[in-house]
Design a binder for this molecule. Sequence first.
Ligand code: SIN
Length: 191
Amino acid sequence: MRTKIWIFGYGSLVWNPGFSFEQSQVGYIRGWARRFYQGSTDHRGIPGSPGRVATLVAEAQSVCWGVAYQVVGEPLASIFSYLDEREQGGFRRHQVDFYPRTEPADASAPSVTTAAVYIARDDNPHYLGPASVPEMARHIFHAKGPSGSNRDYLLRLAESLRGLGITDAHVSELERHVRQLDAHSKDGPSG
Ligand code: SIN
């Protein structure tokens, strides 16, 4: 039997899955909120100066929108070896129910499906937790790591979500503050 699995992305996996897939679907998972609470020392920061990237925080009333990718016909071990390595900085794989935005064309197909998702919980050593939005935005504005600037991670996520018609107040607030910092830094020193 050919393997068929879904992988749900809500952070960098939204714009850069990095693996081949058969189809993708915009949709959401229930009971989770996207938050920039995870420290990154391997992608958007470095040890001693971590970046801040998205993780999911359990919140009964929330939903988190993102993109699910269906991978078909590959051994599970090879699908997950790439992602387990990429997400090794505190993220663990979980299973969630994924609700696609559009009902499947085939009415007999399930409208909810199980998907794998990577979540960095608050007990991992890189977890930073909440801070005020201006503080998180300043942090993101300055951090850099081997995968690029933390600012680009946030702005690419914000732009991709917008392009998919997804609104996320937490991401939009951070984006607004980071763009203000951008504008101020372009003004240059006064006087
Ligand atoms: C994800 O995108 O689903 C996980 C977090 C990340 O890699 O940014």
